[in-house]
Design a protein around this ligand. Structure first.
Ligand code: NAG
Ligand code: NAG
Ligand code: NAG
Length: 429
């Protein structure tokens, strides 16, 4: 979206997990995780708020995504596992150092939410949808006012609108909302798209996306609404398709979506940002939870995921360019960013799973990407690790709300779904 001066400031090292020499053990790719025992798999669940079952056996496994240079290497030798786990690789191994910041706890959102969406327009943060628990999804908007520092102005979303994993972007008044997951657990996606006039709070339909997607990268660029990547209908398989449609002042100017150049890597949960007429996609993953086959409630079941630090950019040449990667892989950041002083700022997310326990690992860094020098740095630490958090920036303050936080200082695995709102005075490099 265009970064309005007063508008929403919206939105490497590869990690080497193993001390090869210390263990002298054979390294293999982490492809084997799917066949790991159910005892280690137990820890995959999101308990207590989210009871997502672990993968059971290798027969439960799924075609693996494209292998990655960023993926963890794993010690195969089972006998060495505990020793390896206990002594060498701490649970917090993935945390990067960064300045401690002073955080202020603001008033809590009316509901906790995970995988919701947020759009800032001037001093308001519009917060949409999301899971309250794995069996309950929200279908309304809450608004936080950065001037009064209060929540208010709740209104309903259309019944047909997705409840999580939405693509969303604003031009400063209208919010365009595309596709996403419809319903709780790991239900299917909808191709429905909408536009919201934030002045009148009126919704309109737009032409549906050619096919539904989960958590696609979505932006406004050169008068067109662009939608790309995300997961396909099974929630797992990365899509690389890229479509666009001309829009202006909340109106769609064309009958059909145009097919655009595919993106270099598909998959959900990345940040997609336009600054100075350049479109950036950052981080994200391939693979995600998917519905258990034949489950009447579409019960979520974990599958392999590979998280990326990749940064791609589109400019005048209309060719994807590879830019310096993030300091570490980072996913679940689609609404966790703001543009401040010609830098992109990203808060939290998830990184590669723990190579031994396979548990999901959350991030607590605030990353800065300087767009003039293309340099990444860690400019601060969040009060805890959190994924799919919703970020805003106003009057020198960086705010974040919602998402799923860690179990504690020493345990970076996901636990509680939160509605808390926090802020800190940001100082960039
Ligand atoms: C890994 O990196 C090398 C060199 O940077 C590259 O040639 C190769 O295509 C990469 N492989 C994958 C799977 O990304
Ligand atoms: C936010 O709150 C302030 C202070 O109450 C008010 O002046 C301002 O108009 C509010 N913003 C919007 C967009 O309503
Ligand atoms: C952005 O730049 C202005 C002007 O140089 C400076 O006063 C401000 O502190 C900067 N903001 C942040 C968050 O660093």
């Amino acid at each position: 979206m265009p970064r309005l001066a007063a508008g929403k400031q919206r939105k490497s090292a590869k990690i080497l997990f193993i001390c090869v020499g210390l263990l002298g053990a054979a390294l293999i790719a982490d492809l084997l995780w799917a066949s790991s025992t159910s005892s280690s798999a137990r820890s995959f669940t999101y308990k207590p708020a989210f009871d997502w079952p672990p993968p059971k056996t290798s027969s439960d496994s799924f075609p693996l995504p494209v292998s990655s240079n960023h993926s963890a290497k794993v010690v195969a030798d089972k006998d060495k596992k505990d020793e390896f786990h206990g002594r060498i690789l701490s649970k917090t191994f993935a945390d990067l150092p960064g300045p401690e910041l002073k955080w202020e706890k603001m008033s809590e959102a009316p509901v906790p939410r995970l995988d919701g969406a947020a759009i800032q327009i001037n001093d308001e943060l519009f917060v949409f949808a999301g899971y309250g628990t794995i069996d309950l999804v929200h279908s309304h908007v809450d608004i936080y006012n950065f001037t009064s520092n209060r929540w208010g102005g709740r209104f309903d979303m259309p019944k047909e609108m997705a409840h999580s994993h939405l693509g969303m972007v604003t031009d400063g008044r209208y919010i365009y909302i595309v596709t996403g997951q419809y319903g709780p657990q790991c239900r299917g996606p909808t191709a429905h798209t909408f536009v919201l006039d934030t002045k009148t709070k009126k919704w309109e339909d737009m032409p549906p996306l050619p096919v539904p997607r989960y958590a696609p990268a979505t932006q406004l660029w050169r008068g067109r609404l662009h939608v790309m990547g995300g997961s396909k209908e099974d929630r797992y398989t990365p899509g690389v398709d890229h479509w666009s449609i001309a829009v202006k002042d909340g109106k769609v100017l064309e009958k059909e979506w145009r097919i655009e150049m595919p993106i270099p890597r598909g998959g959900p949960h990345r940040a997609c940002i336009v600054v100075d007429d350049r479109l950036y996609t950052i981080g994200g993953q391939e693979g995600d939870f998917m519905a258990k086959p034949n489950s009447p409630i579409f019960k979520c079941s974990r599958r392999n995921e590979v998280v990326y630090s990749d940064v791609y950019m589109l400019d005048d040449e209309m060719k994807w360019k590879v830019l310096p990667p993030m300091p570490k892989p980072d996913s679940h950041i689609e609404f966790a960013w703001a543009v401040v002083n010609n830098s992109i700022v990203i808060a939290g997310g998830t990184t590669d799973k723990h190579p031994v326990t396979k548990k999901m690992i959350l991030n607590n860094e605030i990353f800065q990407f300087q767009l003039d020098t293309l340099k990444w740095s860690v400019v601060g630490k969040l009060p805890f690790r959190v994924k799919t958090t919703l970020v805003g920036f106003w009057d020198g303050w960086l705010y974040f709300t919602s998402g799923q936080r860690d179990r504690g200082v020493d345990d970076p695995t996901p636990k509680k779904v939160i509605g808390e709102m926090w802020r800190t005075k940001l100082r960039l490099l």
